[in-house]
Design a binder for this molecule. Structure first.
Ligand SMILES: [Zn+2]
Length: 83
């Protein structure tokens, strides 16, 4: 499967925070930034965004509402892509 196809995969049965892209679709870790000034945030890896602990999140598909959804880079992304 190509990266483009992966990022368009349809995810069903997500909770509301997963469906709007603020929570990992696999482990439900929140990707919402804490209230930190920009200067204190790590620089995101290109193509990803980072959560409170600087955990990169990768887009893994879309929810039923069409929002992009994310998984933690690493094991969660690997589990999200069964190939
Ligand atoms: Zn995760």
């Amino acid at each position: 499967m190509t990266a483009a196809a992966r990022s368009e995969a349809l995810w069903q049965g997500l909770n509301s925070t997963q469906a709007d892209g603020t929570e990992c679709v696999m482990c439900e870790r929140s990707f919402t930034w804490p209230e930190l000034p920009d200067a204190y945030r790590p620089t995101p890896v290109p193509g990803t965004r980072s959560g409170p602990a600087g955990i990169p999140a990768v887009p893994v598909g879309r929810s039923e509402t069409g929002s992009q959804v994310f998984a933690c880079a690493g094991i969660c992304a690997a589990l999200a892509w069964p190939d």
